[in-house]
Design a protein around this ligand. Structure first.
Ligand code: GDP
Ligand code: MG
Length: 165
C-alpha cells in the first residue's frame, strides 16, 4: 500500500483546491461555503517519483456540536489516524484563528509528522510571503508559503512532505 498523506485544516482554507492541484484533476468540490467535503476523498498522486495516496477532508471545526459538522470532524480525525503525513493548511491572508490553534493542538497530540501550508499567498512579494511567518508560533515547524490556486510554492511544500514519508 502507498503511504497516505492527509490534508486537514479548518473549512475554506483551500484544502480541496490543493488536493485537486496535486492530483491534477478536479475531483474535490471547491466551494466558498465551508464544510462541503463531507466524506473523505482519496486519490493517487506523485511528487518527484514518490507515489502516495492523498486524502482530502471536509475540514476540522473543533468543538462543533452540530451533527453534520461533528461528522465532518470525525472524518478528518479518522484521516489523521490512518495517515503517515499531514498537510495542515491555513489561510495566511485571513491570519491565525482560534480554529487553527485548536486544530494545531489536536495534531500535536496525534503525534504524526505535520507540514504547515500557509495558503492564499498569491504573489511572491515579500510583503505577502511574510504573512506566513505568523504561523511559526503554532510550534509545528517550518511554514511553507504557497498558493494552491496560483500554483506557487508547491515545490517547497511537497519536498517537505515527501521528506517525511
Ligand atoms: P476547503 O474548504 O479548505 O476545501 O477550501 P476550498 O478548496 O473549497 O477553497 C475555499 C475557497 O478558497 C475557494 O473560493 C477557493 O477558490 C479559495 N482558494 C483556495 N486556494 C486559494 C489560493 O491559493 N488563493 C486564493 N486567493 N484563494 C484560494
Ligand atoms: Mg474542501
Amino acid at each position: 500500500m502507498k503511504p497516505l498523506v492527509a490534508i486537514v485544516g479548518r473549512p475554506n482554507v483551500g484544502k480541496s483546491t490543493l488536493f485537486n492541484r496535486l492530483v491534477g484533476r478536479r475531483i474535490a468540490l471547491v466551494e466558498d461555503q465551508p464544510g462541503v467535503t463531507r466524506d473523505r476523498h482519496y486519490a493517487d498522486a506523485e511528487w518527484e517519483g514518490r507515489a502516495f495516496t492523498l486524502i482530502d477532508t471536509g475540514g476540522f471545526v473543533p468543538g462543533e456540536k452540530d451533527t453534520l459538522l461533528k461528522q465532518v470532524r470525525e472524518q478528518a480525525q479518522f484521516a489523521v489516524e490512518e495517515c503517515d503525513v499531514i498537510i495542515f493548511v491555513v489561510d495566511a491572508r485571513a491570519g491565525m484563528t482560534t480554529a487553527d490553534e485548536a486544530v494545531a493542538n489536536y495534531l500535536r497530540k496525534a503525534g504524526k509528522p505535520v507540514v504547515v501550508a500557509a495558503n492564499k499567498l498569491d504573489n511572491e512579494s515579500g510583503q505577502m510571503q511574510s504573512l506566513a511567518g505568523e504561523f511559526f508560533r503554532l510550534g509545528l515547524g517550518d511554514v511553507n508559503a504557497m498558493s494552491a490556486e496560483h500554483n506557487l510554492g508547491m515545490g517547497g511544500l511537497m519536498d517537505s512532505v515527501v521528506s517525511k514519508l
